[in-house]
Write a protein that binds this ligand. Structure first.
Ligand SMILES: *[C@@H]1O[C@H](CO)[C@@H](O)[C@H](O)[C@H]1NC(C)=O
Ligand SMILES: *[C@@H]1O[C@H](CO)[C@@H](O)[C@H](O)[C@H]1NC(C)=O
Ligand SMILES: *[C@@H]1O[C@H](CO)[C@@H](O)[C@H](O)[C@H]1NC(C)=O
Ligand SMILES: *[C@@H]1O[C@H](CO)[C@@H](O)[C@H](O)[C@H]1NC(C)=O
Ligand SMILES: *[C@@H]1O[C@H](CO)[C@@H](O)[C@H](O)[C@H]1NC(C)=O
Length: 313
């Protein structure tokens, strides 16, 4: 096209329209962006870091997931749609209704609505049902961490807290959720028996396995679910559940399988929980954030490389 004065004018008018349309679209997007409460952005910044840190620490691999309850609407939670946790950015975060784990919207992209939200994790019911049953829970992790699987696959040696960094394991013996024990009205005989938590009913049965004194449930042949009152706490706790499993297994081997290693007792667990929450989480978080910031696999597009907030979600 030759730029005659007329075509230039037409071009200007046309692009003027384009600008208007673009400005309109931008206005819609930025109005929505402006409407995202600061606490939601702050919670999702921690959620993205949690996804990356859990991968960095070998708690999750290509699979597994972490979520956070919406701090301004306790009936919702945020979690990525079905992608590897290491690759999560704000554009993958979905707002889910706790009621039935259905997608409400892409949290940071209002132009994608309803059925257009990409497919979520089949096992998002783990999260929705734990939030439903425990109103004070703010964050949930589900992982297939290999170190805990020996304890998930047998019920004769109770998995208990071995180290001062793992009071979340508890001294009661972590319950084991076994899909084989579910009645046919929870998991129909004709349903998939691939050990995944694919429905509200199975998620509810899993959530019902949590006991006072442990924030962990092991899942036979599969992995674990961990909950906590904050996202930074659930990350640290889940990492040390993994470490705890290694220590306990080594302790059992060292004792020739004849002596059960000592667990922290309930007083130690109570006091260590306060120390972990008050001192260890704030010290570990900036280190782990720096480590994922220095690895190009991970991108937190909401935080850039700014230091994490002093207080987390
Ligand atoms: C935002 O979060 C902070 C810290 O959790 C809390 O004190 C504050 O009340 C929250 N604000 C809103 C509007 O929810
Ligand atoms: C809170 O979330 C629920 C479930 O998605 C939704 O029905 C409700 O409208 C939300 N409340 C507000 C104030 O947005
Ligand atoms: C899920 O629950 C919401 C209310 O929170 C409702 O509007 C929606 O229809 C439900 N979706 C399904 C698939 O049950
Ligand atoms: C929203 O998502 C759509 C579809 O993935 C994408 O084309 C668009 O660029 C996204 N918008 C923003 C503001 O990122
Ligand atoms: C240790 O935990 C117990 C039980 O929660 C509590 O009563 C006690 O005050 C704690 N000890 C200290 C020194 O904080």
């Amino acid at each position: 096209m030759r730029f005659t004065p007329n075509s230039l004018l037409a071009g200007l008018v046309f692009s003027g329209f384009g600008l208007l349309v673009a400005a309109d679209t931008d206005a819609t997007v930025s109005t929505t962006a402006a409407a995202i409460p600061a606490n939601v952005t702050a919670a999702v910044i921690d959620l993205l870091d949690a996804n990356h840190i859990l991968h960095f620490l070998d708690v999750v691999d290509a699979f597994g997931h972490v979520s956070v309850r919406n701090p301004v609407n306790s009936s919702q939670f945020f979690m990525s749609y079905a992608i590897a946790p290491a690759l999560t950015t704000s554009q993958h975060i979905v707002t889910y209704a706790i009621n039935n784990a259905t997608a409400v919207a892409l949290t940071f992209n209002s132009s994608v609505v309803g059925a257009k939200v990409p497919t979520g994790f089949a096992e998002r019911y783990i999260h929705s049902e734990i939030y439903k049953k425990f109103p004070t829970v703010m964050a949930v992790v589900h992982s297939h961490t290999q170190e805990i699987l020996p304890f998930a696959n047998q019920a004769t040696v109770p998995f208990v807290s071995q180290i001062h960094t793992s009071p979340a394991v508890g001294d009661v013996g972590v319950p084991i959720f076994d899909t084989r024990t579910l009645s046919a009205n929870v998991l129909a005989t004709s349903a998939l028996h691939d050990l995944l938590v694919r429905t509200e009913a199975v998620g509810d049965a899993l959530a019902a396995k949590f006991v006072t004194g442990s924030s962990v449930v092991l899942m036979r042949g599969h992995g674990m679910a961990v909950h906590s009152t904050s996202i930074r706490d659930v990350v640290l706790n889940t990492f040390y559940v993994k470490q705890d499993a290694t220590v306990q297994l080594q302790g059992i081997l060292l004792g020739g399988g004849r002596v059960a290693p000592l667990s922290l007792n309930s007083l130690e667990i109570a006091n260590a929980s306060v120390t972990v929450h008050g001192s260890f989480v704030p010290r570990a978080w900036p280190l782990w954030v720096k480590q994922v910031d220095n690895n190009p696999v991970y991108e937190n597009d909401l935080r850039g490389k700014a230091a994490p907030a002093a207080t987390g979600f």
